[in-house]
Design a protein around this ligand. Sequence first.
Ligand code: IVH
Length: 694
Amino acid sequence: MSDSPTRDALAEAAARVLQLRAELARHDHAYYVLDAPLIPDADYDALFRELQDLEQRWPQLRVADSPTQRVGGAPLPEFAQVQHRVPMLSIRTETDTTAQGAVAFDQRLRNRLGLDSDAPPLQYQAELKFDGLAISVRYEHGVLVQGATRGDGQTGEDVTQNVRTIRNLPLRLQGAAPQVLEVRGEVLMKRADFLRYNAAQRARGLPTLVNPRNGAAGSIRQLDPQVAAQRPLSFFAYGWGEIAGWPDQPRTQHEMLDAFARMGLPVAAQRACGAGAAALAEFHARVLGERDTLPFDIDGVVYKVDSLALQAELGYRNREPVWAVAHKYPAQERSTRLLAIEVQVGRTGKLTPVARLEPVFVGGVTVTSATLHNEDEVRRKDVRIGDTVIVRRAGDVIPEIVGVLGERREPGAQPFDLQGLLHGACPVCGSQIEREPGEVDWRCSGGLYCSAQRKQALLHYASRLAMDIEGLGERLVDQIVDAGLVHGLPDIYALRAEQLAELPRMAAKSADNLVRAIRASLRTTLARFIYALGIRHVGEATAKELARHFGGLQALLDADVQRLERVPDIGPVVAASIHTFFAQAHNREVVRQLLDAGIAWEETEGATLSRHLEGHTFVLTGTLPTLGREQARERIEAAGGKVSASVSRKTRWVVAGAEPGSKLERARELGIEVIDETALLQLLQAPADSPAEP
Ligand code: IVH
């Protein structure tokens, strides 16, 4: 009797585990197959964790078809072989991509069946031709037990572990399941998943996938299931292999797909049953129109004789079914020549290499250029000017270069070097370009001046935490720049209400208000102004810190990297960014013009361009109550003073804090005036014309 509480607990856990698995399977189906989630992700995660915990505590409850087993096991040295009990064959392709392709197929079958023109039309099922990788998924008594690639059609590879990671594939079928059901279908990567995955890889400087098809094929044949689990794969069912013990077995292709859907298997919604060639041609045309809006790539449609009995009668020829045909669409990948690589400057200063291509018709449009994303990407693909490249355009996605036909490379073609190509200067404004360690993008450092960045610069400058110019939002920035009223930031201070009132959709009153808001922004704080300049990595908090630390703008402009790094919370990357920014003559000029326009801030910030302590040397000793040693030094220097390490007759003031050292004694010996922090702060704030005595 002693272990009965444990037995009770186990029974309770077992019941809960079953409940959780059923619940999670229901949510997976709703989310991944029906695309209609029932609960928020966080709720799902909570259920998932509860199941994980229970299985951890009670290992005897673990089973292969638990949703927790989707995340993959240990890496394999190689895949085991799988003999297909029903071979996995491919289908013949109708080469004529016009409607005539459907007519030719229908006619062929009618001839073979000896049907004359009076005989009724054949019934067909039309489906999508998924552009992925064929797999066979075996369910026994409703439980997923094996996944296999097609291989040579007879022998494939056992990819069960990876197949389990496909999120829209049920690990257990719904309802009454056949004893054995081998589902045949296609593994693919949805376009959005592919783009998201590649964007994440690119951001981390990791290799990207060439296209969704290669992505799917590579992922399913990953020996490390943990890696496969990271790749977002989907599955769509279109047929079966071995089946056994299925009482009311479907008799047509469309009943088969409907039965699959009822079992919770993913089946594409785009499928149609119809009579004769006309129905097939109509499906072909309709799906072509929808091709770009489908969530995944297709390379055509597939026509099948609907009756399974008639399929069997028609049989196979040359290892291809007579009863099915693929009717293709024009390709979404073509090769062409890379004529040049140009570099575009984005509105945030990011430099993007863009390929200029010999015009090529691909994915339904003529393509003359394609993004190359960034320098690393170009190097990884080893794309060189003059190369023959493969261009891909799928959906309304921007065209991309996915690879190079290496054997056609011209001798002497050089690897891509962005900095060399641009001679280190922004192609728009000539400012220095920079690339931070760990970053994949080169950027233009002329943020205030570069015309490619001016809209962004203006928008940021006017934003609430910066100069806070109410009314100067995106639409207006577009208008005043496009109308040529504003070229650079300082131009906004010259805007007149009459000019603004002439803009479309601009009332006289709004124009007045805007001019007033622009004027009002002239009185600001040093921190806001620094933030408004839009220096990379200088957010609101950093701007405040810089204002506090330097006290004035001039000291900040003059600061070298070492000095910037002494500011609390500013590391080498931020320091370098600030330094490069102010090292650009154009940026400094814009700052000067802004100040000339009348920008001013409170003197209490210590922000003054006056050098009223010029010619005076200070010595600091002991700990000051509020100012750090560095801060005190920066502020004295900002006002034109000098700070020396030792007291001499040239010393004008010794500033003493708590626990001063021998410098204080020396000052007394030499009769040099000793002041405290309060007196120093007064000195620092004194009017520009005459240095006040404390
Ligand atoms: S039926 C015995 N239906 O296209 C006929 N195949 O060469 C088995 N495919 O490798 C194929 N979508 O992976 C069928 N709706 C569909 C399909 C489809 C894509 C693939 C399949 C095969 C190739 C045909």
